[in-house]
Ligand binder design. Sequence first.
Ligand SMILES: [Zn+2]
Length: 416
Amino acid sequence: MEYSHRYSVYPTRQVAAELDRHIDIHRQAYNYTLYEYENVDADDIVSAYKHHSRLPDWKDEFPVFSDVHSKALQRTVTRFYQNLTGLFEQKQNGRKVGKLNWKSPREFQSMTYSQSGFELKNTSGRRATLWLSKIGDIKIRYHREIPDEAAIKEVTVKKETTGDWFVSFGLETDEADLPEKPDVDSLDTDNSVGVDLGILNYIYTSDGATVDWINLEDEYERLCREQRKLSRKEHGSNNYEKQRREAAKVKRRIRRKVLDYQHKLTTWLVREYDAVFVEDLDVKGILEQSHNARNKQAAAWRQFITLLEYKGELYGTHMVQVEAAGTTKECAKCSVETAKPIWVREHSCPSCGFECDRDVNAAMNVLQRGFAELGLGWPEDTPVETALPTDTTSVSAKRVVETGSPTLNEAAPAAE
Ligand SMILES: [Zn+2]
């Protein structure tokens, strides 16, 4: 299974300058690959793998290419071919696309070490060091541990437009090293949970927990302020550029906080339960929101589900996506559908009289559909009423963070 972990890194000024220089050499290598691809007629310019064999000649001709790590240089050539494939696929899908262009420094801000030339060392608590060949040591804010059984396949170093540096580790855990999931027959309403992706709050679970979304009010206020300031600057001026960076920094902080929180939430779910069921996003209608807000929410959910998927594998928890249509309308007890507008917070079934909280009803439906997906019936001896939570509780973001974290080093809030 492949996944990735991303961290903030803090190179010294000297190392940062060296990273800048290397990335620029990689940019030139990328552009040169494009040049050769378009202008040189030779058998070895048809695939990344074959193109790699030209690199020794490059180095003879342009010694600067010897300054960077050779595997990383190969990886940049591969990156060109990956982009080419991506472009080709988009074309296949009927999208109108241009061709690959030369990258300006602004468009090329990362490099990847593949297989060798890097080492993660001195991991202790929330600190670690990344060593890169031909660069040196870089301090990492190691807020999330890389599991022992995971192999680090790649390390990508990236400079954001804010000037901050990040690394992303491409990780792989062997299927054989993943914990076994509990026997499907052992699943019941106590150890399994249906999760309704809520609109007003964050998630609701079939055992009655409402998990609040983290409070980002301050950040959003700040963002508004920075954007207002930006609108008053003269476009293209130095001050404009500076202010644009300020606004980008706040946006990035929001994104990072959201991701961090989703990590904690998903870890909490897979550790707390043997099976987690969520709605399939693609069909979940998000009501009465602007196009932009809807896209943002869909992106956040997709991220949430991706995290849940890989953590399910890592922790040996079943994770199943179920059909989302009608989870709110359908009665969890008798399946009769009743339309309810968004402001009706109670489910009260006109057919069988079953009553409960609207979101709990939806989460119960998700749970039932999850059991069905796994080929299990609803447990005979558990009437829906009995499985219902006796009262609904609101789980604060703080509690998720606290219960979800101690053994994972995910507890402390992200230092920005
Ligand atoms: Zn009913």
